[in-house]
Design a protein around this ligand. Structure first.
Ligand SMILES: C=C(OP(=O)(O)O)C(=O)O
Ligand SMILES: [Mg+2]
Length: 537
């Protein structure tokens, strides 16, 4: 049994197909370097044409946004530093084009892998992918053995590039297992989008599996079993069957809308961490985005995202969701979420420290950039801006003041600002207790139980030793939630919940009876919550 990263949910049972992608490249010296450079130019053009076609085709299978990955491939093919490095190798070392490509790609890959940055580490596979494509064209071999899969199999590989994953035939590739790769690698993102179960980062799986071995791949737990017993196969077949039945059964709730006995619509929305999750949210019938954790746009990189980068991301989500509401939470960094490039002082109690809106009020430059991007995007959909970690009225008023300033600045610049709502997370007990006062200043509340529970019960949400005390149904928590809902309703404001408690099916009924207006959960939980609500009402 091997353990790796559970990168895409589901169970696959089938024969291993080992994909070896190392293209063997022979190096030899050449006299006519000009001829090699011409061959190289031709191959690069042909590679570009291939990538454009893959990009267009994959837009239909993996969605426009994920297909943009191939835009990055085109950029590499147009990168002068990369291409000149290959040409210089041909000229200086008088070697054949294939070999020069291999040497330069190896150098670039090494540079990326040595970087102390997950994003660049994961880009190494993009460069390798492009290198193999050029070499295959130069040596007139058909590219990518993965596209040649003819039978149902579980693909086992050292690493899978984005284009290989996107070219996978979902009917034949039952699952994927790789030595390398992380949860945020493009291969993982695409596997999740295509719903191909995947276990990545297994270390040495390719050394331990032989072509044709029987495998069980458990994408829920991140486990691979090689040549399992009949008993194990039966156990996993029954899990697989159950998951399939459950999924099919749940689909009938996709378009169902829940209305309570008073005629009030109860919405089930999605929590997302990035733009690529919007399509999955829609697929599972999200009635809106109840929480977009914008801090993920700031992570896995070396510098702050620019106003334009953020604007593009927010605009994309708003446009994709159409008329449906999109709650974008402003930067919630600090606590356990760090930005290595923001040199923040070491704190004894980071969860009680300079995090979220406190940090934004201290670093107005960062805050204003995000608010500008949000307001510029507001004309593209139904935007709701939400401030995290509000503890008192002053903080809320200060955040709103800055928002107003930004809006005035934009208007003075002649930039259009659309309609939008403003709300706050209720995740600190003090905010819950004065929710009657705060309700007058906002359009909505969203209860963040993940933090509300830890702060109310003094239980670190990440500490195993006290996890037995982390109890969503503690009477103190229930009273706070009820108080928040009542106070908001008294002011005619609505209340959602985006903490994990919203996805706890044992609490669905209690929350409904308290008058909760919206449940926001991870996309795969949407239909389960809706089914539960339907069975109650
Ligand atoms: C939704 C919440 O925010 P996060 O989990 O990102 O802290 C919460 O605290 O409940
Ligand atoms: Mg929180």
């Amino acid at each position: 049994m091997f353990r790796g990263i559970a990168a895409s949910q589901g169970i696959a049972i089938g024969r291993a197909h080992i994909v070896k992608k190392e293209v063997e490249v022979r190096g030899f010296s050449v006299e006519n370097t000009e001829k090699e450079i011409k061959r190289l130019d031709k191959a690069i053009n042909a590679a570009k044409e291939e990538v454009v076609i893959i990009k267009e085709n994959s837009a239909n299978t993996i969605g426009q946004e994920n297909a943009e990955i191939f835009e990055a491939h085109l950029m590499i093919l147009e990168d002068e530093e990369f291409i000149n490095a290959i040409k210089n190798k041909i000229n200086d070392e008088k070697i054949n084009a294939e070999y020069a490509v291999k040497l330069v790609v190896d150098e670039f890959v090494q540079i990326f892998l040595n970087m102390d940055n997950q994003y660049f580490k994961e880009r190494a596979s993009d460069v390798r992918d492009i290198g193999n494509r050029i070499i295959n064209i130069l040596s007139e071999k058909s590219s990518n053995s993965i596209a040649n899969v003819r039978e149902k199999c579980i693909v086992v590989a050292d690493d899978l590039t984005p284009s290989e994953t996107a070219q996978m035939n979902k009917d034949l590739v039952l699952g994927m297992a790789t030595n390398l790769g992380g949860k945020t690698s493009h291969a993982a993102i695409i596997a999740r989008t295509l719903e191909i179960p995947a276990v990545l980062g297994l270390g040495h799986i390719t050394d331990n599996v032989n072509e044709g071995d029987m495998l069980i791949l458990d994408g829920n737990e991140g486990v691979i079993i090689i040549n399992p017993s009949q008993e194990e196969i039966e156990k996993y077949e029954s899990i697989q069957k159950k998951m399939e039945e459950e999924k099919n059964e749940l689909l009938k709730f996709r378009d169902l809308r829940i209305v309570d006995k008073n005629g009030k619509r109860i919405e089930v929305a999605a929590n997302i961490g990035g733009t690529s999750e919007v399509d999955i949210a829609l697929k599972y019938g999200a009635e809106g985005i109840g929480l977009f954790r914008s801090e993920f746009l700031y992570m896995d990189r070396d510098n702050l995202p620019t106003e334009d980068e953020q604007f593009e991301a927010y605009k994309y989500v708003l446009e994709r969701m159409g008329e449906k509401a999109v709650i974008i939470r402003t930067l919630d960094i600090g606590g356990d979420k760090n930005l290595p490039y923001l040199s923040m002082e070491h704190e004894q109690n980071p969860f009680l420290g300079l995090r979220a809106v406190r940090l934004c009020l201290a670093r107005k430059d960062i805050f204003k950039t995000q608010l500008r991007a949000l307001l510029r995007a507001s004309v593209y959909g139904n935007l709701r801006i939400m401030f995290p970690m509000i503890s008192g009225l002053e903080e809320l008023l200060e955040a709103k003041k800055i928002l107003k300033e930004v809006e005035d600045e934009l208007r003075a610049e002649g930039i259009e600002v659309g309609k939008y709502e403003v709300g706050i997370m209720i995740e600190i007990p003090s905010a819950a207790i004065i929710s009657d006062i705060l309700a007058k200043e906002v359009d909505f509340f969203s209860i963040g139980t993940n933090d509300l529970i830890q702060y109310t019960l003094a239980v670190d949400r990440m500490n195993q030793n006290v996890s037995y005390l982390y109890n969503p149904s503690h009477e103190a928590i229930l009273r706070l939630i009820k108080m928040v809902i009542d106070n908001a309703h008294r002011e005619g404001k609505w209340v959602g919940m985006c903490g994990e408690m919203a996805a706890d099916l044992s609490m669905t009924k209690t929350l409904l009876e308290m008058g909760l207006d919206e449940y926001s959960v991870t996309p795969p939980m949407i239909l389960r919550v809706r089914k539960e609500l339907n069975s109650i009402l």
